[in-house]
Design a binder for this molecule. Sequence first.
Ligand SMILES: NC(=O)c1ccc[n+]([C@@H]2O[C@H](COP(=O)([O-])OP(=O)(O)OC[C@H]3O[C@@H](n4cnc5c(N)ncnc54)[C@H](O)[C@@H]3O)[C@@H](O)[C@H]2O)c1
Length: 346
Amino acid sequence: MLDSEGLRVAVVGYGYWGGNHVRVLNGRPDITVTVVDESEERRHAATQRHRGVRTAACLDDAIDDIDAVVVATPPMTHAKLALTALHAGRHVLVEKPLATSSAEAEEMVAQARKAGTVLMTGHTFEYNSAVGKLKEIVSSGTLGRVLYIDAARLSLGRYQPDVDVVWDLAPHDISILSFLLDELPSDVSVWKQRSIGSGFADVAYLRMNFARAATHAVVHLSWLDPCKVRRVTVVGDQRMAVYNDLSDNERIRIYDTGVDVHATEAGGRARTMPVTYRSGDIVSPYLYFHEPLQAQDDHFIECVRSGSRPRTPGERGLEILRVLEAADAAADSGRAEAVRDAVAVG
Ligand SMILES: NC(=O)c1ccc[n+]([C@@H]2O[C@H](COP(=O)([O-])OP(=O)(O)OC[C@H]3O[C@@H](n4cnc5c(N)ncnc54)[C@H](O)[C@@H]3O)[C@@H](O)[C@H]2O)c1
């Protein structure tokens, strides 16, 4: 690393999301960014938009002049690019999903351990202050026992060429849910279909059971929905919380709402439902806004500099892939499939 250049970071893939990495990293005075993209047009666009960035057509051309790599290319390319960087002893942040199989991810994790370099997964929502607040709320017991969680990630979305809607969008929700509950789902079932064309599924529902929390979650994912929705609803037996990532000023609302059940006479059938409804205040906690991608990339740089372990290391990306693989198996078998336990790698 040269002092005048600060830390030298290559962002591989200057597409929709890589452009955001370049913006946040190039905004830091202590970082020199090299944009690596196989498309000349994309490289040209990067030099027009960001002052002082360097460019390269492939990672091999840049590898000798960088300290760290951010991989923001389509998922099928993640493992090869990350392994190239790890074998060269570079620190790596890989966008979600970490790879397209757990076997690839195990190799990446093992190589990072061997090389003593940082391998981090871009689970951006774990750096989102609203998700952090929701975790605090769930963990504090404010909601009571979590009865179920409902999540939805919908829009007229970007059809991906190499993965289906589950592999594209579910990494976010699996990471959010397992972060909130401090455990991975024990099993997954799925319904999914391709609604238009003949490629990968574009709409899906996942159902996941969380054994320790004795609760479950349903996740609706779609690239084919007229409304953009980014929502997680946690229903507790005392209160309920809704996290709406699209809200400007009330990303979390806690509803002091619920339904109390009364015992029916002698266990008999009542003429009306034996319940009473509770409706109380709706509270929206103050949330400091820090762009989650900036927080995530700052954390990566901090880990590279200090040698500390990231909050979302390669192992975390591997865990999420195991849930995605269980979802694939469930789609094939038509029933719930267990998530493979995390095992030591390498
Ligand atoms: N964390 C998030 O919130 C978030 C949001 C969107 C996308 N993503 C992830 O970011 C990644 C990129 O998605 P996108 O929508 O920006 O894709 P994209 O298709 O818009 O861009 C990909 C870019 O990578 C380039 N590229 C492909 N292979 C390459 C290679 N081998 N070497 C150099 N350049 C190469 C392409 O030319 C293109 O410019 C995906 O893994 C996606 O899942 C994450």
